[in-house]
Design a protein around this ligand. Structure first.
Ligand code: AMP
Ligand code: GLY
Length: 467
């Protein structure tokens, strides 16, 4: 099958690898020459992935039988609608269904309208004059975010990114001045996780849960980024996530898919729920309408060989064969190699030399992102996330150790978060939730309920088995 992959990052490289394992012929439409995609593609073109006419012309010219949209910008620009109008089956929701991602305001109001959740309490601000009074009244701590797309970098959290409501007001007003609406919402406390699913007319087909590390620096300090790395656990849960809570997250994906269809916005693509696991269970932070980056890399690495093109064609056409949805029972860790200063002031241009045979000998896969190929294993870093290193093992900390063992085989100026997936880091997450659940824990503004008795939080830690 001739499959068009739209986008040029490490997530798209991972999508392409999974398709390549299914022996699909790959077409690639991306703004940059990604070294991984260039190697796999039978045909690649430099174009703006968010330009519907250009993508359709490319797809037609090379007779694409299926298109897969990687990033969010093409979804918001209506590229999936244009491809469908050209009768090319497409993995990626319509612009109308993807509004769940590209408008945080729509997302919050949609969930409220359909009584879906749980979600944090929120208020939408559209006028500069209302900001001061609204922030003074809203229960603290809170979070301020622009409604529109910001590649995960627009959110400011009280107590982390700013202190007082008046400091927050400066930011909120600047967003309104730029023409956006502001979503003011309750700050959730807990551990975040991403639950993605293939969604189409025939149902919702979940993937393994993943935890992303959004902050630039070790110890979750520094600015919010698109994600510095991520891990998934062998049993498709997470060290702090019990089966019943994962099921609640999946139920929200199902309810959301049904509600979108009921509004005449049927969803055919990947629905990504970003959740906060709180003392009262999972609460929805945001929806995305695509594979996460890096989370998509974790799950795509685990996809059982051979049938990815058939699975994606099913998603695009509305009917999935559930036997094609299969992920290995293994742990994965992804770490992004990024330019020094990434997250604040990245210093692009550094040249990395990758000793690929040695990296692969550690059992680590390499997915290329924002890099330029210089030949001979050398790449030049751009200002975005450069190379995603992916380890697989039976336990998360072993997968992380594999990635760490590969790092000495990369020479040049780069930054990477060494703390992702270490035993200590994972134990800290389990302890964090245990503290939130402890009797007498600082009361949250949420109406808390304790974990169901069959899944007490104290059983969340099973370090010897799973970490
Ligand atoms: P978003 O773009 O909505 O996913 O937000 C990016 C990141 O900001 C999230 O992954 C969280 O780390 C943080 N964040 C967003 N909303 C909240 C919230 N209500 N409470 C706490 N943290 C949040
Ligand atoms: N890693 C977060 C995202 O893909 O939005």
């Amino acid at each position: 099958m001739r499959v068009l992959v739209v986008g040029g990052g490490a997530r798209e490289h991972a999508i392409a690898e999974a398709l390549h394992r299914s022996e699909a012929d790959l077409l690639v439409a991306s703004p940059n020459a990604n070294p991984g995609l260039e190697r796999l593609a039978v045909q690649s073109g430099r174009l703006d992935p968010a330009d519907p006419a250009a993508v359709v012309a490319f797809a037609r010219r090379y007779r694409a039988e299926l298109a897969v949209l990687g990033p969010e910008a093409p979804l918001a620009a209506g590229v999936s609608d244009a491809l469908r109008a050209a009768e090319i089956p497409t993995v990626g929701p319509s612009r109308a269904a993807a509004e769940i991602e590209w408008s945080k305001r729509f997302c919050r109001e949609f969930l409220e309208r359909h009584r879906l959740g749980p979600q944090p309490s929120f208020q939408i601000l559209t006028k500069i004059e209302e900001v001061d009074a609204a922030l003074a009244r809203f229960p603290q701590p809170f979070v301020i975010k622009p409604s529109g797309l910001t590649a995960g970098k627009g959110v400011r959290v009280q107590g982390v990114d700013f202190a007082s409501p008046s400091e927050g007001a400066v930011y909120a007003k600047s967003l309104i001045l730029q023409g956006d609406s502001v979503v003011l919402e309750e700050r959730l406390e807990g551990e975040e996780f991403s639950q993605m699913a293939f969604v189409t007319d025939s149902g919702v087909y979940p993937m393994p849960a993943v935890q992303d590390f959004k902050r630039a620096l070790e110890g979750d300090r520094g600015g919010n980024t698109g994600g510095m790395g991520s891990y998934s656990q062998r049993d498709h849960l997470l060290p702090f996530l019990q089966p019943a809570d994962r099921e609640r997250a999946i139920d929200l994906l199902k309810g959301t898919a049904a509600a979108l269809a009921s509004e005449g916005r049927p969803f055919r693509g990947i629905l990504y729920g970003g959740f906060m696991q709180t003392a009262r269970g999972p609460v929805l932070v945001e929806f995305n309408a695509r594979f996460g980056d890096p989370e998509g890399i974790n799950v795509l690495t685990l996809y059982e060989e051979g049938n990815f093109d058939a699975l994606l064609l099913g998603v695009a056409q509305g009917r999935v064969d559930p036997t094609l949805v299969g992920f290995r029972l293994r742990a994965t860790v992804v770490k992004y190699v990024v330019p020094p200063g990434y997250g604040e002031r990245p210093e692009p241009g550094g040249v990395l030399t990758l000793d690929l045979p040695r990296i692969e000998a550690e059992g680590v896969r390499v997915y290329y992102g924002s890099v330029e190929d210089l030949g001979g294993g050398r790449v030049r870093l751009g200002s975005g996330r450069g190379v995603a290193l992916t380890g697989e093992a039976s336990a998360i900390h072993e997968a992380a150790a594999r990635v760490e063992a590969a790092l000495p085989h990369i020479q040049g100026p780069f930054y990477v978060r060494h703390d992702i997936g270490t035993r200590e880091n994972l134990t800290g997450k389990v302890e964090h939730l245990r503290r939130l659940l402890a009797p007498g824990a600082k009361s949250s503004p949420l109406p808390l309920s304790v974990a169901p008795p069959d899944h007490p939080a104290s059983s969340a830690a099973r370090p010897d088995q799973v970490l």
